[in-house]
Design a protein around this ligand. Structure first.
Ligand code: FE
Ligand code: FE
Ligand code: MG
Length: 194
């Protein structure tokens, strides 16, 4: 009887010791810590950069729509060739928007969420295609928009320091494509004028 009593005391001590040393684990399992996420501290310089990137993002969305809707209504000589180019450019503008958003998020910013602010903050605004689908006018409007975009990216690259090499690389890539867009549209315009 006494042996049994001693054994249970020993068992109790072992269990207590086990519990004592694994209390952190037990606490973790039964009382998990509440995770609190706080937003990243954003410096004044980065806030300015986020704002500029959001303005460029607004331009890309408006450019996307301008090209896309233009490709639907355009009429005239060289229509087929123009539609092909407009759709290709629309897809590029959407791709540029896709490229900008991760940088805004990485900097601790929020990409523009409200549609009604897109035109408000954009640099280049939106030029509605003519309702009669005049091909020459649509080309000229988009050339104008591309020239604006080229200026936006050149200005952005001028204020960007070497702190963000991936962003710099992406902005240079986008700028190159905007310059190509302008040249492609000018080529078609030249063909019409001849
Ligand atoms: Fe673009
Ligand atoms: Fe473009
Ligand atoms: Mg092209």
């Amino acid at each position: 009887m006494k042996k049994c009593y001693l054994l249970s005391i020993l068992l109790l001590i072992i269990i207590s010791l086990l519990l004592f040393f694994s209390r952190k684990k037990i606490k973790k399992v039964f009382f998990p810590e509440k995770k609190i996420y706080i937003s990243k501290l954003v410096s004044h310089e980065d806030k300015k950069l986020i704002r500029l990137l959001n303005k460029a993002l607004a331009d890309e969305w408006l450019a996307y729509y301008q090209y896309w809707i233009g490709s639907k209504v355009v009429k005239g000589k060289l229509r087929e060739e123009t539609v092909h180019e407009l759709i290709e450019h629309a897809n590029d503008e959407k791709k540029h928007a896709d490229m900008l958003v991760p940088h805004i998020l990485k900097l601790g910013g929020i990409p523009i969420l409200e549609f009604r602010y897109i035109r408000k903050i954009s640099n280049c605004d939106y030029i509605a295609p003519p309702s009669d689908g005049d091909l020459k006018l649509i080309l000229m409007q988009n050339i104008e928009a591309e020239r604006c975009a080229i200026k936006v990216y050149k200005d952005l690259l001028n204020v960007l320091d070497d702190q963000y090499p991936k962003l710099k690389k992406d902005l240079i890539f986008i700028l190159k494509e905007e310059e190509e867009h302008e040249l492609d549209l000018l080529k078609i315009l030249k063909k019409i004028n001849y």
